[in-house]
Design a protein around this ligand. Structure first.
Ligand code: PLP
Length: 384
């Protein structure tokens, strides 16, 4: 299940619409059916047609796992009930005392999972922009390095190839959270990552209507262990959720193109605006990791963050003043969202090395008309 072989020559958009999605062999249905059955008839004891019990495997999930694995250029795809469930399964590869290196900007929930749930794993937050320092100060007990690129919420970008070279010299597993980039903009496995993680809740689903997680990888041994835990711990998505995510992924390429061009329009407004202190967007030449982003990404993504000269209160006022940008958590969907990471998505990182500036605002730029988004932000900034 989740295997992707025969369609390897397809382009990205073709794979998104066809990988794992052959018309139904019985009815010819073009749309992948939602297989609700929890159990599957077995011709004889010990024999089955590929499915026994829906936690272990489900036809709708197989279609979705095959589709996203294809887009990541991966041999194996595993779907989970949330991004954090997918992350939890990866961390279960480790034994007590195995150290995790975590990039010093990451989703607050990932930090919380490592530091508050997997308390048997020592961890160190590291600056992944400085590869020389990473190599020189590599803790000997490190078994896994975890990075987002671009990061949530500072949008820092890290050189996956260079980091993987350092990590592999120490036999550590390289995990890349590809949620912000999506496989359309960046394919970490081709750059040396071992495991790709997604919050499918974001761009993969793309419509703010399904929570999900995903792992993509090539390594057979790791895949077997992860598939074992996927079934044994059981954090699998419902067939309906698999259908929703699969449906969303079909339009990933065209959505990402619009997310990127709209983000550029927003950045053009913010850069040089008197109320704005700094704009964080990987395309800007002075942005931390701009070189890595230019090298490994097709385009620079739909997320934009910025800090306000007027401090935290100014940031809170702007976040409350938009009309089209909805004030809310999450990201990566067709509608634009605005949030204050310090008080919202990254509250769990307060007081840690991953704490975010309190004058920071994060935008998930949607696919609405660019001029409308720019006008909305322009009026909101008058409240800064
Ligand atoms: N990774 C990133 C970069 C995220 O932004 C999030 C959620 O915001 C997650 C992982 C966790 O995913 P989920 O909310 O689907 O559990």
């Amino acid at each position: 299940m989740g295997e992707f072989e025969q369609q390897a020559s397809w382009g990205f958009e073709t794979a998104a619409i066809h990988a794992g999605q052959d018309p139904d062999p019985v009815t010819g249905a073009v749309v992948t059916p939602i297989s609700l059955s929890t159990t599957f008839q077995q011709p004889e004891v010990g024999q089955h047609r590929g499915y026994e019990y829906s936690r272990s495997g489900n036809p709708t999930r197989t279609a979705y796992e095959t589709q996203v694995a294809a887009l990541e250029g991966a041999t194996h795809g595993l779907a989970f009930s949330s991004g954090l469930a997918a992350e939890d399964n990866v961390l279960r590869l480790l034994a007590a005392g195995d150290r995790v290196l975590l990039g010093n900007d990451a989703y607050g929930g990932t930090y919380r999972l490592i530091s508050k749930v997997h308390t048997h794993l020592p961890w160190t937050a590291v600056d992944l922009l400085d590869i020389d320092s990473l190599a020189a100060n590599w803790p000997a007990d490190t078994k896994l390095i975890w990075l987002e690129t671009p990061t949530n919420p500072l949008l820092r970008c890290f050189d996956i190839e260079a980091i993987a070279a350092v990590a592999h010299a120490h036999d550590a597993i390289v995990v890349v959270d590809n949620t912000f980039a999506t496989p359309y903009l960046q394919q970490p496995l081709s750059l040396g990552a071992d495991v790709v993680v997604h919050s499918a809740t974001k761009y993969l689903g793309g419509h703010s209507d399904v929570v999900g997680g995903f792992l993509a990888l090539d390594d057979e041994g790791l895949a077997q262990r992860l598939r074992f835990t996927q079934n044994a711990a059981g954090a699998v998505p419902a067939p309906f959720d698999c259908y929703m995510a699969l449906r969303g992924v079909k339009t990933l390429a065209i959505r990402m193109e619009r997310h990127c061009s709209n983000a550029r329009a927003v950045v053009d407004l913010l850069v040089g605006h008197p109320a704005v202190e700094q704009v964080l967007y990987p395309q800007l030449p002075d942005h931390p990791g701009h070189a890595a982003a230019s090298k490994q990404m097709r385009d620079f993504g739909g997320m934009v963050s910025f800090t306000l000269r007027g401090g935290k209160q100014s940031a809170l006022r702007v976040a409350a003043a938009t009309e089209l940008f909805t004030l809310g958590e999450s990201l990566g969907a067709v509608e634009s969202l605005i949030e204050h990471p310090g008080e919202m998505t990254h509250a769990s990182a307060a007081g840690s090395p991953l704490e975010v500036p309190d004058n920071l605002v994060r935008l998930s730029v949607g696919i609405e008309t660019a001029a409308d988004l720019v006008a909305d932000l322009e009026q909101a900034l008058t409240h800064a």
